[in-house]
Design a protein around this ligand. Structure first.
Ligand SMILES: Nc1nc2c(c(=O)[nH]1)N[C@H]1C(S)=C(S)[C@@H](COP(=O)(O)OP(=O)(O)OC[C@H]3O[C@@H](n4cnc5c(=O)[nH]c(N)nc54)[C@H](O)[C@@H]3O)O[C@H]1N2
Ligand SMILES: Nc1nc2c(c(=O)[nH]1)N[C@H]1C(S)=C(S)[C@@H](COP(=O)(O)OP(=O)(O)OC[C@H]3O[C@@H](n4cnc5c(=O)[nH]c(N)nc54)[C@H](O)[C@@H]3O)O[C@H]1N2
Ligand SMILES: [Mo]
Length: 724
């Protein structure tokens, strides 16, 4: 334990993925202050959440002891028990349920929590894999649409340049990107500001006039949610008809442009994807689309940076695929200042070497020999197992089981690093599903809305109470040093898993010490482990910015793209072979469900988006007073829509659709386009006695249906807003 005051450097593990540098002031075993990098450029400066982390560590509502439920599920009544009893019950229930219904009836669900190499969700998963197996989910909430598109087009998800390359761009298009508030790698906005100072032009395309638009944009283009692909196709139309595309690039590095061109021009019996066509869909004037197309095609090099949010819509995969085609048409891939049409690399850029594998789940008997889903890409790995359920369908799967066409009947849930009820769609259905299970165990730090449904609660400590390693887009690697002892009886994830493995008599669970694991993970990238531990954060200085696909572009003969054709697949044979009209072989505009043309729009005329919030990482930090003060939860409504409803700024309003209802304050503003409302995701679900949410939990309103390629459509829902 550290007894005198010391200032120690570490890397944040928070699930925004920033991994920013923290300087933690510790005295007598207590964290007294947290500040950040003030050393060499590029600095890894922390955001407001990191700086407020002390309040999270010492929050009065931290879960400090294992507990068992004594009230009804969801009621939140618990009683303190020992670790021995808690882990004994979990192990006993696993054995009972596996014995009665088979291992596939045990569901293991995990999400973000912390971004850490060792204390990740894998360690508990390994226990269940070794004890006989469990069922799992596929579909990453963040970017399943993006991953699908990147794998189909480029054969890899490592598709972005490092952000020190921004200064080399003439033009940067931030498509749905709000990096001033939403972390996408540490220091991203600073790198953009440097580019702006160096003369780069910025265009922001977003239904909201974000802080990013305010800071950077030379031009802000508001767009109806879910219509991005239509606008991209119209951009392609202008580039094609005005012969602004790079034929040599397309001939050398891509397959299928001609088929895409036919579609865009409407020669395949369809409609020409003109700017006028896209204007009616997106709300952007045709002339503005044409101008955007000409700028993007002629200002070289230009970086089209696409955020994941427009991809978190119904048919969101098509948006990412279309962006990659635009990048290829303009020859912007593999060059400094250009971009693949993707966004920033989280973690280390490919060239810098890879961390060691660390502890892995190992083989899962339930998935051994699983056939592949008919709609899985060939290169989608374990996510393509038919034994898995999509993460936004899993509550429906619990309710309907095999009779509903799902792989199993589910009886038990072990939940790690997720506030599932709050963060995944259709809260009201989730409540029904969680009530129907025989047993639920949750690893948590707080009494979240999901934790209230647990039978056994296992308290996890924060990253400042254990050792680990994390990586960030600096690019950098951090040694996360244990600053204080775990509070109460809370434990690190590996400790919890080790205890559970003992209860399940798995002697071979772990044959290494923590130190040995961390050393093994870091060795391929950092030679001197002891120095790394001492320094805390290891910045990787690049001689020049990392450019994705530079090798493929510079020497295509020796460096094919990792796709079946070895080229950028504008046309994907893998997709063609699937023969699923909603995931076509070339990117197409397919209208989303719950668009403005849906008959439902008569009743629910507003498009809901659910943006990420600057004071939270998802639902994490919503209970932290310093952060709550900053930007209280509210629904953002345009002045025009508010006036039409007699709503004034600050009023309490009802936001509702067929799936649910909430009552929250309204922020009336010119900073969102008419017809669109934003309920930022992550606010905690607080039902009143009638089951109406008073906390502003966006997922009360979202639909639990994945997009055909797996995208998680958190930004596709129709709602109505009314004065209370
Ligand atoms: N502060 C903070 N940072 C975070 C997180 C957090 O919770 N808080 N979460 C982290 C994680 S896990 C993720 S996945 C990322 C998410 O990162 P993003 O997906 O980029 O985040 P969002 O805020 O959902 O969306 C960004 C912008 O897209 C706009 N938008 C929404 N729908 C559409 C659309 O259909 N079209 C267009 N053009 N724009 C649209 C929104 O108005 C918003 O301004 O952020 C990471 N960083
Ligand atoms: N409507 C809507 N819903 C969304 C989104 C959206 O844009 N709109 N975004 C989606 C996205 S991109 C994501 S990634 C998901 C995130 O979904 P989740 O990962 O489920 O969301 P978190 O709020 O981060 O929940 C993590 C929970 O794990 C607990 N926890 C347990 N152990 C640990 C630990 O060791 N460390 C930490 N830090 N926490 C621990 C935390 O206290 C917290 O309650 O949400 C998705 N949900
Ligand atoms: Mo995410």
């Amino acid at each position: 334990m550290i007894s005198k005051e010391e200032v120690l450097t570490t890397g944040c593990n928070t699930h925004c993925g920033g991994s920013c540098l923290l300087k933690v002031h510790v005295r007598d075993g207590v964290i007294i202050h947290i500040d950040t990098d003030d050393q060499d450029e590029p600095q890894l400066r922390a955001c407001l959440r990191c700086r407020a982390y002390r309040q999270r560590v010492y929050a009065p509502d931290r879960l400090l002891y294992p507990m068992k439920r004594v009230g009804d599920r969801g009621e939140g009544k618990f009683e303190r028990i020992s670790w021995d009893e808690a882990l004994g019950v979990v192990a006993g229930e696993y054995k009972r349920i596996k014995g009665t219904y088979g291992p596939a009836s045990v569901l293991y669900i995990a999400s973000g929590g912390d971004v850490a190499e060792l204390n990740s969700q894998k360690v508990a998963h390994r226990v269940f894999c070794m004890a006989g197996g469990c069922s799992g989910i596929w579909g990453v909430a963040s970017n399943e649409g993006e991953a699908f598109a990147a794998l189909a087009t480029y054969g890899t998800t490592e598709i972005a340049n490092t952000h020190d390359d921004f200064v080399n761009s003439q033009l940067i298009i931030l498509w749905g990107m709000n990096s001033a508030n939403v972390i996408d790698g540490c220091g991203t906005t600073l790198a953009m500001v440097k580019a702006k100072e160096a003369g780069t032009r910025f265009i922001v395309i977003d239904p909201r006039f974000t802080d990013t638009a305010a800071i950077l944009a030379d031009r802000w283009i508001p767009i109806r949610p879910g219509t991005d692909t239509a606008v991209m196709l119209a951009i392609a139309y202008v580039i094609i008809t005005e012969s602004l595309f790079d034929q040599k690039f397309l001939d050398t590095y891509t397959v299928g442009f001609d088929i895409f061109k036919e579609y865009v021009l409407g020669k395949d019996n369809g409609v020409a994807k003109t700017p006028y066509w896209a204007e009616h869909i997106s709300g952007i004037q045709a002339q503005h689309i044409a101008e955007l197309a000409r700028e993007y095609a002629t200002m070289k090099p230009a970086a089209l940076l696409t955020s994941m949010a427009p991809g978190r819509t119904a048919m969101g995969e098509q948006y990412h695929r279309a962006a990659y085609v635009l990048a290829a048409m303009t020859g912007n891939i593999g060059t400094h200042g250009g971009n693949s049409g993707g966004r920033l690399p989280l973690g280390l850029a490919g060239k810098l070497g890879r961390l060691g594998r660390g502890m892995r789940s190992g083989g899962n008997p339930v998935e051994a020999g699983s056939p592949r889903r008919f709609d899985a890409l060939r290169n989608s790995g374990a996510a393509g197992f038919a034994a898995r359920v999509h993460n936004s369908r899993v509550m429906d799967a619990i309710l309907r089981g095999r009779d509903g066409g799902y792989p199993s009947d589910y009886k038990m849930l072990y939940l790690v690093n997720s506030n599932y009820l709050n963060q995944f769609p259709n809260v009201n259905k989730t409540i029904q599903a969680l009530k129907s299970l025989e047993f639920i165990a949750v690893q948590e730090q707080f009494m979240t809305s999901t934790a209230k449904f647990a039978d056994i609660l296992l308290p996890t400590c924060t990253f400042l109470e254990r050792n680990d390693i994390t990586t960030g887009a600096g690019p950098h690697i951090s040694y996360t040093r244990k600053m204080i002892e775990p509070l109460g009886e809370s434990r690190a994830q590996l400790d919890i898993a080790t205890g559970l493995a003992q209860k399940l008599d798995i002697a071979s669970y772990n044959d290494k010490t923590e130190e040995e694991w961390l050393r093994e993970i870091i060795e391929p990238v950092v030679a001197d482990y002891d120095e790394f531990k001492e320094t805390g954060v290891h910045k990787l200085y690049l001689e020049e910015p990392f450019v994705a696909f530079k090798d493929q572009i510079d020497d295509p003969i020796n460096n094919p793209f990792p796709t079946p054709s070895g080229k950028i697949e504008i046309y994907s044979q893998d997709l063609a072979d699937m023969n699923i009209p909603l995931i076509p072989p070339v990117p197409k505009y397919i209208e989303a469900w719950e668009s403005l043309n849906d008959p439902l729009a008569k009743k629910y005329p507003l498009q809901l988006i659910t943006s990420h919030h600057r004071s939270r990482a998802h639902s994490q930090f919503d209970n932290i007073p310093w952060l709550r003060e900053l930007d209280p939860q509210a629904v953002m409504v345009s002045t025009a829509d508010a006036e039409a409803r007699g709503i004034k700024n600050g009023d309490l309003v009802r936001v509702f659709n067929e799936r649910g209802e909430m009552v929250i304050p309204v922020k009336v503003t010119e900073r969102i386009m008419p017809g669109v409302v934003d309920v930022p995701e992550g606010a905690w679900y607080i039902p009143d006695e009638r089951g109406i949410d008073r906390g502003g939990c966006a997922n009360v309103l979202t639909r639990d249906r994945p997009s055909p390629g797996g995208a998680f459509p958190a930004n596709t829902a129709l709602v109505q807003v009314e004065r209370l």
